[in-house]
Design a protein around this ligand. Structure first.
Ligand SMILES: N[C@@H](CCC(=O)N[C@@H](CS)C(=O)NCC(=O)O)C(=O)O
Length: 262
């Protein structure tokens, strides 16, 4: 019995849903509305003391941290395998998943709030905005959120964030020169870890970064992974179309400013 606490378009939630879908695992869904602040609900915080999604419950055991959840799923439900059999490929897979956790995910919120969510948040009163920022438990994340809501892509937080995403795409382009997937010739947790961040760029109208002319191998990888049934089950099915459309419009508005930074 699996239960997933997740959010419709959160990157970390997509990451776990992709692996659940690849393994054809059913789960009871509990949606946590991050925009409404449900991640701070005391009952939810008892499950996930970091005030974040996702949280997976398997037979009563509470599991947090999306990368570790995906490794757990691979151990608990080994078929079909999404971890390479070769040790060197497995190491490469973990280099990607670690990079996502350490160097990409911390910047995803900056990009999302600076580009996609900011115009929505600015419709609230200053008191409402401050109250939602004050609930973020980590001081650095709190300050970054305040800065991007005030200054958007002109925030000093923004340039390093987009640079981390561009470096990721550049390194993917190099890796895909020698293998069809990121960590060898079979799809793995590396691809499912990176995919949500590529989708996020797409949903923020940063798609020139993913174009055939800019990065042909990344463009081909994105097309191939997008055709897998798990993409429809784990990503498209949950994505709220009006919100994605709003993010895309907001991204198109600032693309010229972003392009100057990269
Ligand atoms: N390292 C955690 C990060 C989880 C995380 O940051 N989740 C985001 C959504 S992708 C979240 O819940 N953010 C709460 C917020 O924005 O207040 C994991 O991989 O599970």
């Amino acid at each position: 019995m699996l239960e997933l606490y997740h959010h419709l378009i959160s990157t970390c939630s997509q990451k776990v849903r992709l692996v659940l879908a690849e393994k054809d695992l059913e789960f009871v869904s509990h949606e946590i509305d991050l925009v409404a602040g449900e991640q701070h609900d005391p009952d939810y915080v008892k499950l996930n003391p970091n005030h974040v999604v996702p949280t997976l419950i398997h037979d009563g055991r509470v599991l947090i941290e999306s990368t570790l959840i995906n490794e757990y799923l691979e151990d608990a439900f080994p078929a079909p395998a999404v971890r390479p059999s070769q040790l060197a490929d497995r190491h490469a897979m973990r280099m990607w998943t670690r990079r996502v956790d350490d160097k990409v995910h911390p910047f995803a919120g900056v990009l999302t709030y600076a580009i996609g969510a900011r115009p929505l948040i600015l419709q609230r009163t200053p008191e409402q905005i401050e109250a939602s920022i004050a609930e973020i438990p980590d001081r650095a994340r709190r300050e970054a959120r305040r800065s991007v809501i005030e200054h958007g892509v002109k925030s000093p937080e923004f340039a390093p964030a987009i640079a981390a995403f561009v470096a990721l795409l550049d390194d993917m382009e190099v890796a895909l020169e020698t293998s069809s997937w990121l960590a060898g010739d079979s799809i793995s947790l590396a691809d499912f870890a990176v995919l949500p961040y590529v989708i996020r760029l797409d949903h923020l109208s940063m798609h020139p970064l993913l174009s055939e002319s800019a990065r042909p191998r990344v463009a081909d990888w994105y097309a191939r992974i997008g055709q897998r049934p798990s993409f429809a089950t784990a990503v498209t099915k949950w994505a709220p179309e009006p919100l994605v459309a709003t993010f895309k419009n907001n991204g198109a508005e600032v693309w010229a400013d972003v392009e100057l930074l990269i």
